[in-house]
Design a protein around this ligand. Structure first.
Ligand SMILES: [Zn+2]
Length: 143
């Protein structure tokens, strides 16, 4: 699952190479390159790439907010819209994954891409109520 990192670990008056960021935050270098793709600014195109501590901090703060911008109970997070979205009621499905865990899948009511939400089966009643649906829990058939 997605993890968030403490933005304050990034010192504002420093700059870091990709390797240093990876080391500092205990992530893979590939993760840092992903951050760059997702909008983390680098100083210039020269190698090694340098990332300003202040930029890094700002970026991680944003990431964290995005992650924290948790959905209302009736919403699922859409990775395409990058917003919590209401699911299309006609597409809602509850799937029992294990004896304790389930998953809601539905289509995003805005962009139609697939939404996913994991939940603990003991919360199924409130989840179903929140999503305003009364659907029988469907068992996942394997094979
Ligand atoms: Zn969407």
């Amino acid at each position: 699952m997605k993890r968030t990192h403490n933005p304050n670990k990034s010192k504002v008056h420093r700059s870091y190479t990709v390797e240093e960021v990876a080391l500092r935050f205990g992530v893979h270098k590939r993760t840092v390159r992903n951050w760059i793709k997702k909008g983390l600014s680098v100083c210039d195109d020269k190698r090694p790439l340098l990332i300003l501590g202040s930029d890094l901090r700002q970026f991680l703060k944003q990431q964290r907010q995005e992650y924290k911008r948790t959905c209302k109970p009736c919403e699922l997070y859409c990775f395409k819209c990058r917003e919590p979205r209401l699911p299309d009621q006609n597409t809602l499905e509850f799937i029992e994954e294990t004896s304790t865990k389930g998953r809601v899948i539905a289509a995003c009511s805005v962009c139609n891409s697939r939404l996913n939400k994991y939940f603990s089966l003991k919360n199924i009643t409130s989840i179903q109520r929140d999503l305003a649906v009364i659907l029988p829990l469907q068992h996942k058939h394997i094979g």
